[in-house]
Write a protein that binds this ligand. Structure first.
Ligand SMILES: CC(C)(COP(=O)(O)OP(=O)(O)OC[C@H]1O[C@@H](n2cnc3c(N)ncnc32)[C@H](O)[C@@H]1OP(=O)(O)O)[C@@H](O)C(=O)NCCC(=O)NCCS
Length: 153
């Protein structure tokens, strides 16, 4: 198993996968090139994430997805653990945002994130189509935070 950084010129080939986690191309394009993309490979591609720097010492996971047939095998958790160590080299806070989805919130809490704050109307204000999770329309963005231990570098 290895985690590699994806070059800018190769990022777009993963759009179909990124769209599973974030349903609108124009929203993905807002962070795809200013962010760093990491791919977890175990023979073939298993998981992807995009991490951005949002301020001094503040990072955010903007997108994380595990290839559907490989979900629930621990790959997402491994990639979050890598991103945590990576960001801890120069940061103190790692955020992630999601809609009101019990499964995704549970995943992030299992990965050590704690609920931080809510951006009201994020999905209704920024997306060109309504989005649903378990039949419920997504409206607000729920942010979770992981405080990063001082890095070893
Ligand atoms: C969220 C996602 C990235 C998790 O990746 P994954 O590789 O399946 O996650 P892991 O196998 O590492 O799961 C770690 C833990 O998260 C929780 N979890 C993950 N998927 C879950 C599910 N479908 N239902 C309930 N809990 C779940 C479990 O506690 C799991 O640990 P366990 O299997 O030992 O019980 C993956 O489900 C995915 O790609 N979803 C679609 C895209 C998406 O919604 N991304 C997030 C956008 S904000």
């Amino acid at each position: 198993m290895q985690i590699v950084k994806v070059k800018d010129r190769d990022k777009k080939q993963y759009m179909e996968l990124l769209l599973i986690a974030d349903e609108q191309v124009s929203m993905i394009e807002k962070y795809l090139y200013r962010g760093e993309m990491f791919a977890l490979l175990d023979d073939d591609l298993k998981s992807l994430c995009v991490v951005t720097r949002e301020g001094d010492g503040v990072f955010e996971i903007k997108n994380i997805v595990t290839v559907p047939e490989y979900q629930r095998k621990g790959y997402g958790q491994r990639l979050i653990s890598f991103a945590t160590d990576y960001c801890a080299r120069s940061g103190s806070e790692l955020y992630v945002g999601t809609g009101e989805s019990p499964m995704t919130l549970g995943f992030y809490e299992k990965c050590g994130f704690k609920r931080s704050h809510v951006v009201k109307g994020f999905f209704t204000d920024n997306y060109d189509h309504p989005m649903y999770e378990n039949g419920k329309r997504l409206t607000d963005m729920i942010y979770l935070l992981k405080r990063l231990p001082p890095g070893v570098d």
